[in-house]
Design a protein around this ligand. Structure first.
Ligand code: ZN
Length: 266
């Protein structure tokens, strides 16, 4: 993964080695049109930023990757575990923007799908064999509910994907250094059988530092995705205010970056 620029979009480009069936990456906050504190490439629909600025930023993203705004789909994220599946062509995909979900899967080319995040982990998945892609929004709730595992299962049942052939990338998110959590988070992980000792480090009594990326990597491995097919950014969005938005750092003044992926036409 490395910083790359197309048009005026600066993003962390992800390449899945040996495969060119998709284009994907993680945006940074640079060179959009939003004013402080949302400066400047705020792509989240549910912030207090001006809607026209968010739409302007989404148009800039689309323009960089050759799609118009009708072909950019991010579900209405609610920290749940529903998955939006798009399995047929649409003239206009914007009606999907109102569908609640925290993951999205499609086999349709030239539709840029994504998830908007401020601290949560954006996870991109690609199946080069069946030509299917997915994007997952995994905060602690999504991780505790095993959303990334459900997404892999969804790719398998809906499109026949073999987990052993999938590639995944976990983008910049809040890291262990900045992510203190307490007992309810531990309880939610343990209730869902997610190993706590590898996901979190004890800080003081009743306080842990949670490692979202590692927890989701464990879920991907358990779902059958090979370790050498999983890339992890490791960058902390909370530590790097010049590069990324962070909700824990900026609260309601936080914009959103996007993890995005698009299947290329043959
Ligand atoms: Zn940090």
């Amino acid at each position: 993964m490395q910083l790359h620029r197309i048009d005026r979009i600066q993003y962390i480009e992800v390449t899945f080695p040996g495969f060119s069936c998709s284009t994907q990456g993680f945006t940074t906050r640079h060179e959009g049109v939003s004013r402080p504190p949302y400066n400047s490439l705020n792509l989240g629909m549910n912030t207090q930023d001006q809607q026209s600025n968010v739409e302007g930023n989404r148009s800039l993203l689309g323009r960089a990757f050759g799609v118009n705004h009708e072909a950019i789909v991010t579900p209405r994220q609610v920290h749940g575990s529903d998955i939006l599946v798009i399995n047929e062509p649409n003239e206009d995909y914007t009606h999907f923007l109102t569908v609640e979900g925290d993951a999205i899967i499609t086999n349709q080319p030239d539709v840029l799908i994504g998830v908007c995040v401020a601290d949560c982990a954006p996870i991109l998945i690609c199946d080069p064999d069946k030509r299917v892609i997915a994007a997952v929004h995994a905060g602690w709730k999504g991780t505790a509910s095993r959303l990334v595992s459900k997404t892999v299962a969804g790719m398998k049942t809906e499109f026949g994907s073999d987990p052993g052939r999938l590639h995944a990338a976990i983008g910049p998110c809040i890291q262990k250094c900045c992510y203190e959590v307490d007992e309810p988070v531990k309880k939610a992980f343990q209730q869902n059988g997610i190993p706590w000792d590898t996901s979190a480090e004890l800080k003081t009594s009743g306080k842990w530092q949670l490692d979202l990326a590692t927890a989701n990597e464990e879920l991907l491995l358990a779902a059958g995705v090979p370790k050498d097919s999983i890339q992890i950014s490791g960058q902390c969005v909370c530590c790097h205010s010049e590069q990324f938005f962070s909700y824990r750092r900026d609260k309601d003044e936080a914009g959103r970056q996007m993890g995005f992926i698009m299947l290329n036409s043959r």
